[in-house]
Design a protein around this ligand. Structure first.
Ligand SMILES: NC(=O)C1=CN([C@@H]2O[C@H](COP(=O)(O)OP(=O)(O)OC[C@H]3O[C@@H](n4cnc5c(N)ncnc54)[C@H](OP(=O)(O)O)[C@@H]3O)[C@@H](O)[C@H]2O)C=CC1
Ligand SMILES: O=C(O)[C@@H]1CCC=N1
Length: 273
């Protein structure tokens, strides 16, 4: 699905809160025209209202037969929200659900077995083109459809294809929710810097740049993250002292993150039950 296809046939967002807006910003930055976008959302943000001056349509009476309809309301709201897209499923629209937990079978029940459905799990760095989205399609989403979905999602970052929908719970727990863990790492690293005597603004600047820079290095370097970690760690030095705390198998990062990721994956499974 190229930006040209979207601009020709249109894109509808059912729900445009934090994640829908992050994706929309990424697509607009890649050349999707605001006048190709319709948003259905009862309380649109000020940003969406501003975009109406560039042609974005808010809660229009009819959305026609768009190329893509992104389903971006909370899982708990999905059943109530879906009737608003009318009989779009009768046309050639690709439905792209980003709802955590909600299985493809739910959408097939709601939209009919002929609907072309792609279930995806993006994350909020999509707003700056640095997201990662995992995707899997239903039986109607053939290789061409999945390639098109992949192309659309690559406009907001990287993509991975899942072999099996059941992998989506773990994906959600790692990369869907993951940015929140990293933001919390930034918050707590800055707070720890403050506790060691740094002014708050400086501590926050150091924490943000360290997490951002380390993430970029981990993606660009040929070395693996464990090699990059070893490169920072001088024998008998400061990093080794910190890693003795963080890498502790009893109460360091490994058991803590294992528990956190399991809690998220379990919640994703619960949402789908
Ligand atoms: N946030 C994230 O990082 C990620 C979220 N997701 C998924 O994205 C989806 C949206 O999450 P998120 O953006 O965080 O949630 P938000 O609550 O920020 O966004 C949902 C939007 O849908 C609106 N809405 C509520 N009811 C309806 C309705 N009946 N019709 C149309 N719109 C409606 C909400 O309006 P109002 O606020 O007024 O209720 C809100 O603007 C969820 O399914 C979530 O699982 C997936 C990956 C990452
Ligand atoms: O917290 C949530 O349920 C959603 C899904 C992944 C990120 N946010």
């Amino acid at each position: 699905m190229s930006v040209d296809d979207i601009n020709a046939r249109g894109l509808v967002l059912l729900g445009c809160g934090k994640m829908g807006s992050a994706m929309l910003e990424g697509w607009l930055a890649k050349g999707v025209r605001p006048d190709a976008v319709s948003v259905i959302d009862p309380y649109p943000s000020r940003r969406l209202e501003e975009l109406t001056t560039q042609g974005l349509r808010l809660n229009p009476d009819s959305v026609g037969d768009p190329a893509v309809c992104v389903l971006a309301v909370k899982p708990q709201m999905m059943e109530d929200a879906l009737p608003q897209i009318g009989d779009m499923a009768a046309g050639g629209t690709m439905f792209l659900s980003i709802a955590a937990g909600t299985p493809i079978s739910f959408f097939e029940r709601m939209l009919g077995t002929k609907a072309v459905i792609v279930r995806a799990m993006p994350n909020t760095p999509a707003a700056v083109g640095r997201g990662i989205t995992a995707l899997v399609g239903n039986a109607n989403a053939d290789a061409t459809v999945l390639d098109l979905a992949d192309e659309l999602l690559r406009a907001i970052g990287q993509t991975v294809r899942l072999e099996d929908e059941t992998q989506m719970d773990a994906v959600t727990a790692v990369s869907g929710s993951g940015p929140a863990y990293v933001f919390h790492l930034i918050e707590t690293l800055a707070a720890a810097g403050e506790a060691e005597g740094l002014p708050p603004e400086m501590a926050m600047a150091l924490a943000k740049a360290t997490v951002g820079g380390a993430g970029e290095l981990a993606e660009q370097a040929t070395e693996s993250p464990d090699e990059l970690r070893i490169n920072v760690t001088s024998k008998g030095g400061t990093t080794a002292a910190a890693l003795q705390v963080l890498m502790n198998e009893a109460d360091g990062f490994p058991p803590l993150l294992r528990r956190a990721v399991k809690a998220a994956a379990d919640r994703s499974r619960e949402l789908g039950a």
